[in-house]
Design a protein around this ligand. Structure first.
Ligand code: IMP
Ligand code: MG
Length: 183
């Protein structure tokens, strides 16, 4: 895929801050689930880095599974219509499920997934989001890493047109302006 028009901008969250926060979240989850066996469900692809680090900071037996969803519409904006691209392999009935997401922006994806998974009668269903957009509705999110401003962000799993997932920091992505594209 060709590189998206634009540049990597300033670091919003550096690698040390990410590691420290993920460790805190892992400790919180460990304490909250008191020895129970947990099923982590990652939302592909953005959550893959966060989930692999989080899983190793949780001192409980965990199983992992993934779902993939796509929202119709422009790549940097969700229009609220969510479609399941890959369903779970594991039956979640009676399980303690922690849904792991990269970023909650409008909240549409999370709301849809909570309804979709809730119908399968898990013993419990909670949400851990690495990032939450400032001003987003967060009452259905149990664990939040960081709150971020309205800028589009990339790195640590998050992409723009499949680029920059491998960065070990969270950066602002600065889309090219129309004039710079014509230069
Ligand atoms: P929501 O349904 O509006 O909450 O959108 C959530 C999804 O949109 C996330 O799982 C990401 O895949 C994507 N997304 C939203 N904002 C960003 C961003 O700033 N960078 C990268 N992906 C984003
Ligand atoms: Mg996503």
């Amino acid at each position: 895929m060709t590189a998206p028009a634009g540049n990597i901008g300033r670091v919003l969250v550096d690698a040390d801050q990410l590691a420290a926060r993920v460790r805190e979240l892992g400790t919180q989850v460990t304490n909250d689930y008191g020895g129970r066996r947990l099923l982590l469900v990652g939302v592909l692809k953005g959550a893959f880095v966060f989930m692999s680090d989080l899983a190793r900071e949780i001192r409980l037996p965990v199983e992992i599974d993934f779902m993939a969803v796509s929202s119709y519409g422009a790549s940097t904006q969700s229009n609220g219509v969510v479609r399941i691209v890959k369903d779970l392999d594991i039956d979640i009935a009676g399980r303690d499920v922690l849904l792991v997401e990269d970023i909650v922006d409008s909240g549409a994806t999370m709301e849809y997934l909570l309804r979709f998974l809730g119908e399968r009668q898990p013993a419990s269903l909670a949400v851990c989001a690495l990032l939450v957009r400032e001003g987003a509705k967060t009452d259905n999110i149990d664990y939040v890493g960081f709150s971020v401003p309205s800028d589009f962000v990339v790195g640590y799993g998050l992409d723009v047109a499949e680029h920059y997932r491998e960065l070990n920091t969270i950066n602002v992505f600065e889309p090219a302006t129309e004039s710079s594209g014509l230069a």
